[in-house]
Design a protein around this ligand. Sequence first.
Ligand code: ATP
Ligand code: MG
Length: 415
Amino acid sequence: MNNQDFTERLKHALGEDRLRLLQLVVEEAVHLGFPLYVVGGSVRDLVLGRPLNDFDLTVEGDAIALAGALRAKHGGGVTAHTKFGTAKWFLPENLKAGHDTLDLVSARSETYRHPAALPTVKSGSLEDDLRRRDFSINALAVRLDGSQFGDLRDDHNGLRDLQKGIVRVLHSGSFMDDPTRMYRAVRYEGRYGFRIAEDTLALIPNARPLVEKLSAQRIRHELDLILDEPHAVSILKRLDELDLLSAIHPVLANFQRSHLASAQLEEPVLQNRNSRWLLWLMHLTDQEIEFLNERLHFTAELLKMLRSAALLETNLPELMGRKPSQVVQLLEGYSIKAIEVFSIALQDESLRSILNKYLSEWWGIKPKTTGHDLKKHGVPPGPKYNEILRRLRAAWLDGEVKSEEEEKKLLKTIL
Ligand code: ATP
Ligand code: MG
C-alpha cells in the first residue's frame, strides 16, 4: 500500500466529511508536535478494503491535551480519563457528519500483574502500544501527520499475516495474559475466513483453564460480539471444537445440539443479538439457564426471555389440537420474542404453524367493545370487565362472531 493508495482508501472508507475532520486533528497534532496514527482494526480493515465501523486514532504524546486544543479552536466538549490517557471530543454541530464524538488515545504500554487480570496501563511509545495488542493483524499503524503521512508501521509482520489470512498472537504468553483473546481469535477467523496460526493454536490448551478467571461481564461481552457477527454459527462451532465453550460453562458444550447450529442467520427474526442468544440456549432446561446465568449474568431482559423460552419448550405439546382462543390463552404469558424464535426453530411442522398463526393473526385480534362501552352499559367496575372482554375476544378468535353486529348481539346475551 503506497501513500497515494492509502489516501484513496482513507477517502473511500471515511467519506469527505470525516476526512475533513481528520484533517483538523492532524493540523492540531502537528501544531503540538505529537505524531498521530490510525491504528489497530481500522488499518486492518483499510488494507482489506472493508468498511470501517470505527476509526481508532492514537497519539504518541498527550491525547487529552490534543482534545483540549481541538475544543479550544473548534468548539464542542471534551471528557477525559487521565488514568488511561484517553479523551472523547464531543464534536460541535458543524463537524458532526453522522458521528457525535471522536476518540483520541495516547500510546501506552500494558502489563499484567497476574493471568487474566486487567492490565496495568502506562503511557508509552507507539512501539509499546503495538506490542500490547492481541494479534499481528491488529498491530498495524499508519502515520497521519506531516511528511510521514501514509507510512505504515508494521513491527509484527501484520501485513504478511493479513495477506496470508493468518491470526497470530504477538508472544506466547498472550492468551494467559488475556484469555478473551482466544475468543477474539476465533471471531476474526470466522469473520474474515482466516485461520489461526499453528503455534498460536498450540497455546490454547494451557490458557483454557484461565477462562474461569474472567469476569461475567468480560466473557459475556465476547459472546455478544460473536453473536453480532454474520458468521456467528461457524464461529461458535469452531469454539466448541476447541473446547472453548465448555470452558465457559459445561452446559455450553456440544454446540451441535443447539438450534442455533442449524439456523439461517439471515432470517429477519434473527437480526438481533437477543434472538440469537435465545436460539442458542432454548434447548437448555430452566435449571441449566439458572446455572449459566450465575456464570454470565445475563441482562434482565434476556434472562426473562430465556426463562420464558425454557418454560415454553416444556409446555409446547399442550398447544396441539386446541381452539385458537385456547392457544392465545396458553401463549399470552410468554415473551413474544421467545415465541418468534420458536416459530422458526421448531422441527414439528404443525406446532410451528400454530405459533405462526398466533404471531401473524391471533395475537392482534381484539374485540371492538372496550371497557368504556361496558361502563356505558352499566356494568359495575371489577373483574367482570376482563372476563367479558376475554369472552368476546375468544368469540372472534374461534369464528363465533365475524362482525361488529354479531359481537353486539353476543354482548347483549352475555349481559
Ligand atoms: P472490530 O472490527 O471487531 O471492532 P477492532 O480491531 O476494531 O475490531 P476493537 O475491539 O474495537 O477491535 O479493539 C481495537 C483494537 O484494540 C484492536 O484492533 C486491537 O489492536 C486492540 N485490542 C482490542 N482488544 C484487545 C485485547 N483483548 N488484547 C489486546 N489488544 C486488544
Ligand atoms: Mg473496533
